[in-house]
Each structure stands twice: as structure tokens, then as C-alpha cells.
Design a protein around this ligand. Structure first.
Ligand code: PLP
Length: 378
């Protein structure tokens, strides 16, 4: 039996989602652009899915577009906001996902827009005072791009506060909600957000399909050119089964937010208390008291050869988790997020991430293995 504790990376597909997708792939396989029966059926599946997404975030259906991924959605928003809306300055943070950071590198290299990175503290919180101060200079048309929840360390940003700061100062707000959509309620009517992205495979849907919310007040032009799909916003024949799967997965997650939250929180609490009981010199990265995502626990282990091999040895023992390092030029180093929060580079971080499909038994087995694999002489 294998244990999967890498749910921030991707999640197993929900059986009901698979059923919906199977039906679309086998029976409703028409091209949504065709005007015959099969095409019309496929089109209505997409429009139904759009309603589900719009309802989940309280947007209007005209503000929701399907994409191939959240990576595409974030690229589209950042690059086209500069191109279409005359954004002169983007304010972001060094703990954003690479699809945001590398898009910003690209934007900056073209010299059309200034990019400013906010300071983050050792818990991964942004400096809200710095943001306020920057936004007070209203002479520069600004976009703030800050994620809702951090995929590596679990720290959540106060998006209501960021949105309000943007609104008060005439700036736009882009929020990567990949790790939180379907897990936390998000309402674009009560939180000032202009752009938001999501990805189906993070909430038990399929890979290769995402969506972008673009508010009517800050509409963009297409990012991918071609046919008239997605009301001319995103060319390319739609991934109908993927879109249907995304909607079903989002519907199931959104209906079960409270129940899933409680279950996952219990798993995390148990995991943490067993680690604290059995292992020594353990640190946790990211916020631990409030405003953290319950499905992520980033654990920092003391240095040593056993720690270096831990993710691999866990995998050999049947447990899949994620290392907090990136391989750069053949040398393993802390990820950009861990570097940004000043994680001591000699320690080793492993990210464990949970879903409602995990069990308490899996948590107990994992901590026992961790105990075994970290004890003894190095
Ligand atoms: N943003 C965050 C916070 C993520 O965790 C991920 C996926 O790891 C992405 C964006 C990219 O999503 P996708 O896999 O749909 O490109």
C-alpha cells in the first residue's frame, strides 16, 4: 500500500469526476464549435461548467474563461494587463509560484513595466505597510499580484486586506487561488479582486485544465489567438471532458468545504503532534497559529546524511511527499520560497500535504517511518 502525501502538488481524481469525464469522452465527444447535435451538446456542457465556476466565486458567467492550466491563466493576466490596461508597475512577492515570478521576469525584461517585490518575513507574510506605502503613490498605474495560499509553506495572505488597499488606491489585484479554490470560500463581490486563477488538478479534478476570472471592469484581450472559442478570449478547441471534470470537482469540493477542512485539519494536527512526540529538533516553516492552509505542513529537519536522503527513503518505504529543494546546476538548494523566508540552508525541508482521502492510519504509519528513518547513527 502506498501513502500519498503530496496533495499540494496534485490530487487524486474524485471517482464522480472520472464518471462525468468518461461520459463526455465516450458519448458527448462533439466539437463545441460544431452546430449539429454533438456540437451543441458539448457546448452546453461547457456553458454549464462555466455557471458552476461563476457561482462558486460569485462572478458573472461572462467573467470566467477556461484555460489549459493556472500557469496559462497567470501568464495571460500579468502579460495582458501590461499590454491592454497600461499597467506601469506590478507589485508582487518572492514567494509566488514560478509561473508568476517567471512571467514577471519576462515582463520586466521587455522594459515596459517596473516590478517590485515586497519584503516577506520568516513566516512568509508580506509587508502590508510597505504595500500600502507603495500604493499611495497613485501616479503609477499598478497591479498587485499576490497568491491566496502558498503552495510550499501554507502561509495564507489576507486577500480582503490586499484587495481593499488596491481598491482604495486605484490599483488592480490579481490573486493566484490555485491552492485555495474549493478549499476556502472566495467571493469576488465581497473581496476586491480583478483577476483570479484556478487549476482543476488541485481539487481532485483532471490535469491540464484551469480557469481565469477577469472582472468586467478590467477585461483583457486574448492571450492565445486562433478560433473564436471562449467567446474569442482563448482560441483552441476546448478540453470538454477536462472542463466538465473541473466543474464537477469544484462543485464537490465547494459543497464540502467545512467537512473537508475539519478532516484535513485533524490529520495535520495529528501529524504534527506525533512528530513533536517522537522526533527532535523539528521546525515548521510558514505560519502555524492562524492564517495557514490546513492541507500543507512544511517540516524542517536537522542537517545530516539521513536528512539528505529522507524524501527518497520515504518514497522507497511507500510514502510520497515533496522535497523543499530545487536542483540547480546539479546542486540541491532550498526552493525560492524557503530562501525568501530565510530557511537555514543546511536543514532539509519536506512538504507533506493532505487531502480528505488520507486517513489517520496513513499519518501514524508515516510518522513511524520518519522516526525510523531519522534515528540511529548518521
Ligand atoms: N500556482 C500555484 C500556487 C500552484 O501551486 C501551481 C501548481 O503547482 C500553479 C500556480 C500552476 O498550476 P498549473 O499546474 O495548473 O499550471
Amino acid at each position: 500500500m502506498r501513502i500519498y502525501l503530496d496533495n499540494a502538488s496534485t490530487t487524486p481524481i474524485h471517482p464522480e469526476v472520472l464518471e462525468v469525464m468518461h461520459k463526455v469522452l465516450t458519448e458527448d465527444f462533439g466539437n463545441p464549435s460544431s452546430i449539429h447535435h454533438y456540437g451543441r451538446k458539448a457546448r452546453s456542457i461547457i456553458e454549464q461548467a462555466r455557471k458552476v465556476v461563476a457561482k462558486t466565486i460569485n462572478a458573472s458567467i461572462g467573467e470566467v474563461f477556461f484555460t489549459s492550466s493556472a500557469t496559462e491563466a497567470n501568464n495571460m493576466v500579468l502579460k495582458n494587463a501590461v499590454k491592454d490596461l497600461g499597467i506601469q508597475r506590478i507589485i508582487s512577492s518572492p514567494t509566488e509560484h514560478h509561473c508568476v515570478l517567471h512571467s514577471l521576469d519576462n515582463i520586466q525584461s521587455e522594459g515596459k513595466c517596473e516590478v517590485i517585490m515586497l519584503s516577506v518575513n520568516r513566516y512568509g507574510n508580506i509587508d502590508y505597510d510597505q504595500l500600502k506605502l507603495l500604493l499611495e503613490d497613485k501616479s503609477i498605474k499598478s497591479l498587485v499580484s499576490i497568491m491566496h495560499g502558498n503552495n510550499e509553506i501554507g502561509t495564507m495572505h489576507d486577500i480582503k486586506r490586499i484587495g481593499q488597499l488596491c481598491k482604495d488606491n486605484g490599483a488592480l489585484f490579481h490573486c493566484d487561488t490555485v491552492q485555495t479554490i474549493g478549499k476556502y470560500p472566495i467571493d469576488v463581490q465581497t473581496t476586491y479582486i480583478n483577476f483570479l486563477s484556478g487549476s482543476a488538478h488541485k481539487f481532485h479534478g483532471p490535469k491540464g485544465v484551469g480557469f481565469v476570472f477577469i472582472s468586467n471592469e478590467s477585461m483583457l484581450s486574448p492571450f492565445i489567438h486562433g478560433g473564436a472559442q471562449e467567446r474569442n478570449m482563448r482560441a483552441g478547441t476546448e478540453n470538454v471532458a477536462g472542463i466538465a471534470g473541473l466543474a464537477k470537482a469544484l462543485e464537490i469540493s465547494s459543497e464540502n468545504i467545512a467537512k473537508n477542512h475539519q478532516k484535513v485539519q485533524q490529520l495535520r494536527t495529528l501529524f504534527k503532534s506525533l512528530i513533536d512526540e517522537k522526533l527532535t529538533d523539528i521546525h515548521y516553516n510558514g505560519v502555524q497559529n492562524d492564517n495557514f492552509m490546513v492541507h500543507v505542513l512544511s517540516v524542517s529537519f536537522p542537517a545530516g546524511p539521513k536528512a539528505d536522503m529522507l524524501v527518497m527513503n520515504l518514497d522507497i518505504a511507500g510514502i510520497s511527499a515533496s522535497s523543499g529543494s530545487a536542483c540547480s546546476a546539479g546542486i540541491e538548494e532550498d526552493s525560492h520560497v524557503l530562501i525568501a523566508i530565510g530557511h537555514p540552508s543546511e536543514r532539509k525541508t519536506i512538504r507533506f500535504s493532505f487531502s480528505p482521502f488520507n486517513t489517520e492510519d496513513e499519518i501514524r504509519i508515516t510518522v513511524e517511518k520518519l522516526n525510523y528513518l531519522t534515528k540511529g547513527s548518521d
